[in-house]
Ligand binder design. Structure first.
Ligand code: MN
Length: 286
């Protein structure tokens, strides 16, 4: 099942190049008050919402996807976890290019672990990317995103997939420079998630997905998730040894080689096999 959030926080069921408005499926969601939970209500209640979506979809008219504005399908992640240098060829390119490594040692993921991105950096493809530091190099990084569906801590790798609700395409946008990753990658709009949630049951093998990214029609990144250094089970095991994972937490699994700069006016097209494709416009921040 493919579920999107669009326009004015509508919930959509995506079918081919169309979308059905199934927002009424959210009517049964528990009401949350202050203090708000650390999880995303849609993802936490996905099992209960899915049958409602099925029922409603029969009556909801189909609109073209091109006519709606896609927002981040996860509205309220508790945290955004991200894997640095998790493809071998990206590790090699980062070590070879001073504009990427900035005189810092580029360390393997087994030593450096994970980093966190501010949740305020999260947008959907329809919102676009706003660059604030036009004098710096701002890079695209396409990544498979796994969305946590079930809370867990100290999750062994053998049970990792029980904790994943869905997958999406992630863009881990980055200002290159000497500062900490979490600062440079948390600019507003620098985490793009979309175009929708593809539920985990629809992805037979997340470790065998082609992914690619082009800018203005030029292919920049092309790889397969089988080349991940740490796969999703290992990432979940490692992350949950530090943090309790909550439904709606987003795990960005790392980018392959081919990262490169974008400028205002560029159009990014990102695609992952089995999930779909999303187009994201780049602009200068107002
Ligand atoms: Mn990244």
């Amino acid at each position: 099942m493919r579920l999107c959030r669009f326009d004015n926080d509508r919930l959509g069921l995506v079918e081919g190049d169309g979308v059905r408005d199934v927002t009424a499926a959210l009517d049964g969601l528990p009401r949350y008050g202050w203090p708000l939970p650390r999880f995303d209500p849609l993802v936490a209640n996905l099992a209960a919402i899915r049958p409602q979506v099925e029922i409603l979809s029969g009556k909801a008219p189909k609109r073209p996807l091109s006519s709606v504005r896609l927002l981040s399908p996860v509205a309220n992640p508790g945290k955004i976890l991200a894997a640095p240098v998790n493809y071998k060829k990206h590790l090699e390119e980062a070590r070879a290019d001073p504009a990427i490594h900035h005189q810092k040692q580029v360390v393997e993921i087994q030593k450096i672990g994970l980093f966190l991105k501010a949740t305020s950096s999260l947008v959907g493809p329809g919102e676009g990317i706003a660059l604030r530091h036009l004098d710096r190099r701002n890079d695209h990084e396409v990544e498979l995103a796994a969305i946590i569906g079930k809370a867990g801590r100290n999750v062994p790798r053998e049970r990792a997939f029980e904790h994943i609700a869905a997958y999406a395409i992630g863009l881990d946008m980055t200002v290159r420079g000497p500062e900490e990753r979490s600062l440079r990658k948390s600019v507003d709009s620098f985490t793009v998630l979309g175009p929708w949630l593809t539920t985990a049951d629809a992805i037979a093998d997340p470790a065998a997905l082609d992914l690619r990214l082009s800018v203005n029609g030029d292919l920049r990144q092309q790889a397969n998730t089988r080349d991940l250094i740490l796969g999703i089970p290992e990432l979940i095991e490692f992350a949950s040894s530090f943090y309790t994972l909550h439904p709606g937490d987003v795990l960005l699994t790392g980018t392959p080689e081919g990262v490169g700069p974008v400028q205002p006016g560029d159009r990014i097209l990102a695609e992952i096999q089995g999930i779909g494709r999303m187009e994201v416009a780049v602009r200068a921040a107002a």
